[in-house]
Design a protein around this ligand. Structure first.
Ligand SMILES: *Cc1c(COP(=O)(O)O)cnc(C)c1O
Length: 426
């Protein structure tokens, strides 16, 4: 008998390209049938067939309080009863701007949007408008949403501008984007030495969570900050994933580096569509209606979405919230490493705050090139064994994982037990 999941997937593929509304959901990397969910509560999920899972995706980060947190649900219900949208300002948006500015002080001014993609796309437009330069720098393996200028892979060799990494992106658009190696300080210096004064902005994930997890080297971040200042280049920290995830003040607080602009998403909406971009007042002043850079949104600052975000951000400020989240994530990672060692499987893992990386390689990767050497087929076998045991990990060897405040010690113990079984099959 085919499962409800399989039926849903088969029908979905007829009407929705690949059966999904975002590609990684299709399980193409690991194979098998994607899970269709119908309910979540705390750390747990239930699929269309009623099978229960412990969730380590957490909607790719936003569900930092776990699913269906009663205070968030109540805030959403209350906001919805007062109308779903006005397309006009509300006091909630001001409250959100004040909160963001207090928690992430480098964001002197902020504008709300509805996704991380919109936030990064708009931040780059602002940086270009402010500097009156076209060229931008990104790093290989960092993801900044699906705007044209950011879907670019490295050109071959230093100073070769990129080619599109997606069909449908004109080469002319990609030609302004230079892609460098993450954590490669020398490459950064060489690039700035030759074309520093032509670079509008550098955008990066200050902890990378989109090629599995890569931790930044302090020297790399410091050099980047110094070079941007020296050349009048806008430094953009894309904290869509790391914001309110690795620490209350984001990666910029954790590493003590102040960017010129920051983009937020994911946790800031608590599971509803909210993004934000902001930074120095002088830079943000180029935005319409004050300045010549256009940006807008019918549902920007939507009251229901902002209510979910505000309540989430209120709750993560509880004393000890990040200490506890970090300790729990460390406990998970340590348990998995011990289980792999017992089974003799080459494996490493690490975490920053409430996000973690699992690597089927003997050492911890520090770059895209090293990450690509991890054993993908070992991951896929591990993934399916964990899924059978009711542990829901990201369906790709190149995704980071997420722990929520709702995960209990018992959840972690159950996960490590499942991992012992999974490692034994390798
Ligand atoms: C998820 C993500 C984005 C894109 O956000 P969406 O809300 O999916 O558009 C951008 N940057 C980073 C670092 C992300 O993790």
């Amino acid at each position: 008998m085919t499962s409800r999941n399989q039926q849903l997937f088969e029908k979905s593929q007829q009407l929705i390209p690949g059966g999904v509304n975002s590609p990684v959901r299709a399980f193409r990397s690991v194979g098998g049938t994607p899970i269709f969910f119908k309910k979540g509560l705390g750390s747990r999920l239930w699929d269309a067939d009623g099978k229960e899972y412990i969730d380590y995706i957490n909607s790719w980060g936003p569900m930092i309080l776990g699913h269906a947190h009663p205070e968030v649900v109540a805030a959403v219900q209350q906001a919805a009863a007062n109308s779903l949208s006005f397309g006009a300002p509300t006091g909630l948006e001001l409250e959100m701007a004040e909160l963001i500015n207090r928690l992430v002080p480098s964001m002197e001014q902020v504008r709300l949007v509805s996704s991380g993609t919109e936030a990064t796309m708009s931040a780059i437009r602002v940086a270009r408008g402010f500097t009156k330069r076209n060229k931008i720098i990104k790093f290989e393996g960092c993801y900044h949403g699906h705007a044209d200028a950011l879907l670019v892979k490295a050109g071959s060799g230093l100073l070769t501008f990129g080619e599109p990494s997606s069909a449908g992106v004109p080469a002319e658009v990609a030609a302004h984007t230079l892609t460098l190696d993450y954590n490669n300080t020398q490459m950064l210096k060489d690039t700035f030495a030759s074309i520093g004064d032509e670079i509008a902005c550098v955008i990066l994930e200050p902890v990378v969570g989109n090629m599995n997890l890569i931790v930044p080297q302090q020297e790399f971040l410091q050099t980047l900050r110094a070079l941007c200042t020296q050349h009048g280049t806008v430094l953009i920290f894309d904290e869509v994933m790391t914001g309110f995830r690795v620490a209350l003040g984001g990666a910029q607080a954790l590493y003590g580096i102040t960017p010129d602009m920051t983009t937020l998403g994911k946790v800031i909406g608590g599971g509803l569509p909210v993004g934000a971009f902001g930074g120095r007042k002088e830079i943000m002043s180029v935005l319409a209606p004050l300045g010549p850079v256009y940006q807008a949104g019918t549902l920007s600052g939507n009251p229901v979405a902002v209510s979910a975000g505000l309540t989430t951000l209120k709750l993560v400020q509880a004393p000890g919230f990040y200490e506890s989240l970090t300790a729990k994530t460390t406990q998970l990672v340590d348990g998995l490493k011990a289980a792999a060692q017992k089974a003799g499987v080459p494996f490493s893992a690490q975490s920053v705050g409430g996000m973690f990386g699992l690597y089927f390689s003997a050492s911890t990767p520090t770059s895209y090139a090293e990450m690509m050497q991890a054993d993908k087929s070992a991951f896929n076998t591990f993934f399916h064994s964990m899924l059978d045991s009711g542990i829901y990990l990201g369906p790709s060897a190149f995704e980071a994982g997420f722990v929520s405040a709702a995960h209990s010690n018992a959840d972690i113990a159950q996960t490590v037990q499942a991992a012992e079984i999974a490692f034994a099959t390798l």
